[in-house]
Design a protein around this ligand. Structure first.
Ligand SMILES: [Zn+2]
Length: 339
C-alpha cells in the first residue's frame, strides 16, 4: 500500500535526481521507491525509546539549525533532541551542537555542506575533550637528534639565543607567563631563539632601529610545535590568528619573530594599533589607523623589518616571517633541550 502511494506521488518506480557530475561520484541519483517504504518501516519499528535506551557509547549530534524557519529540512531537530534525551549515554558524554551555517541536512560533505570548518572543529573538540583522543595532524616535526645532525650538515640551521646574539635586545616572552591568550604558562623559561640567518637579519634591523632611537623588544621567536598544537586547540580549530597544526607555524621553523620597538631614552614601547596578540581586525597591518603617531610607529616597525629580510604577517602587525623560511624544518624541541 505504502509503495503504491509512493509510486503515485513520485510518478514512477524510482526517485530520480538531476545529474550532477560531482555529486554522482558519491551518491546514486536514482533509487527505487521500495527503499523509501523499507526506510519508513525501519524508522517506525526501530527508532523508538527501546532502541535508544540500548545506546551507552559517547554520542555527538551535529545538526543544522539557524532559526525556526532555517533548519534541517530532512530530519526534525526536535526529533533529534528527543532521541538524544533517550540515549542511556551519561549526560556528560552526549553532546548536541547546532551548526547554523550548514545550510542543509548533510553536514560533513565538502560538496553540499556550507560550513565544514565548524563541523571539523566540533568533531575535533569532542574527540579531544570527551573521547580523550590525541589528534594526529599528520606532521612529524624534527626532534633534538634530527636537529643536531641538521646543524652539522648546515650551520645555518642553528637556533641561536637572541639575548646572546643581539646585544641590548629586550625579551618580554608572554608565553613564559600566564599573561597570554591561553591563560597558561606555555614555556618553562623566558627565552627567544631564531635560526642563525634570521638572527643575523634581525641584528641588521636593530642597527637601523637604533639609529632612529629605538630598541627591539621580542615577544616570541622559535616556538616548539607542541605549543602550536596547544594554541590551535585553545582556539577550537580557528586558524585566523594561530597556525594550523596540519602545516605548523613559521615560528616552529625558527623563522618568525613577534616583536615591537621601544624608545631607547624613555624605555617605553611605541604605541601600536593594538596590544600584542589581540585577535581583532585592528591588528591587521592593512587596517587604516587614524592616529598619525600610531600609524607612523607601525610603518617604522614594518618598513625597517621588511628592508632587512622579513615580511609582516597578514593579520598581525607584530609578526614577521623571515623571507626563505621554507628552507627550514618544523621542530618540536623545548628551549631547555637546546643548551
Ligand atoms: Zn607570530
Amino acid at each position: 500500500m505504502g509503495l503504491q502511494i509512493a509510486r503515485q506521488v513520485i510518478g514512477g518506480d524510482s526517485r530520480v535526481f538531476p545529474p550532477d557530475s560531482l555529486k554522482d561520484k558519491y551518491w546514486n541519483n536514482n533509487y527505487r521507491l521500495e527503499a523509501i517504504v523499507q526506510l519508513q518501516e525501519l524508522v517506525e519499528s526501530k527508532m523508538n525509546p527501546e532502541t535508544f535506551k540500548k545506546v551507552t557509547c559517547p554520542s555527538l549530534t551535529l545538526y543544522y539549525y539557524k532559526s525556526e524557519t532555517e533548519q534541517d529540512p530532512t530530519v526534525k531537530v526536535s526529533a533529534m533532541k528527543t532521541m538524544n534525551e533517550q540515549l542511556s549515554t551519561p549526560a556528560d558524554l552526549k553532546e548536541m551542537v547546532a551548526i547554523p551555517g550548514a545550510g542543509g541536512h548533510v553536514l560533513g560533505s565538502h560538496i553540499v555542506a556550507k560550513d565544514l570548518p565548524a563541523v571539523q572543529s566540533a568533531v575535533d573538540k569532542f574527540a579531544r575533550e570527551k573521547l580523550k583522543m590525541k589528534p594526529d595532524y599528520g606532521l612529524r616535526p624534527m626532534t633534538l637528534s634530527g636537529y643536531k645532525s641538521s646543524v652539522e650538515s648546515n650551520p645555518a640551521n642553528e637556533l641561536v639565543d637572541l639575548e646572546k646574539f643581539i646585544p641590548g635586545v629586550v625579551l618580554d616572552i608572554k608565553y613564559a607567563t600566564e599573561d597570554n591568550f591561553t591563560k597558561a604558562k606555555i614555556y618553562k623559561s623566558a627565552r627567544a631563539f631564531a635560526r642563525k640567518p634570521v638572527a643575523a637579519a634581525l641584528l641588521k634591523a636593530q642597527k637601523e632601529f637604533n639609529k632612529l632611537g629605538y630598541g627591539i623588544k621580542i615577544f616570541d621567536g622559535y616556538r616548539p610545535y607542541s605549543a602550536t598544537v596547544k594554541f590551535y586547540e585553545v582556539m577550537n580549530g580557528d586558524s585566523t590568528y594561530v597556525a594550523s597544526p596540519y602545516k605548523g607555524s613559521r615560528h616552529n621553523r625558527g623563522c618568525a619573530l613577534d616583536m615591537t620597538i621601544f624608545d631607547l631614552k624613555t624605555k617605553t614601547d611605541l604605541t601600536m594599533p593594538t596590544a600584542y596578540d589581540a585577535p581583532q581586525k585592528e591588528s591587521w597591518p592593512t587596517e587604516p589607523v587614524s592616529d598619525p603617531v600610531i600609524r607612523k610607529n607601525r610603518e617604522t616597525l614594518i618598513s625597517v623589518m621588511e628592508r632587512n629580510g622579513f615580511k609582516v604577517y597578514r593579520t598581525e602587525w607584530w609578526h614577521f616571517d623571515f623571507v626563505g623560511w621554507q628552507k627550514f624544518a618544523v621542530m618540536n624541541i623545548d628551549f631547555e633541550e637546546l643548551n
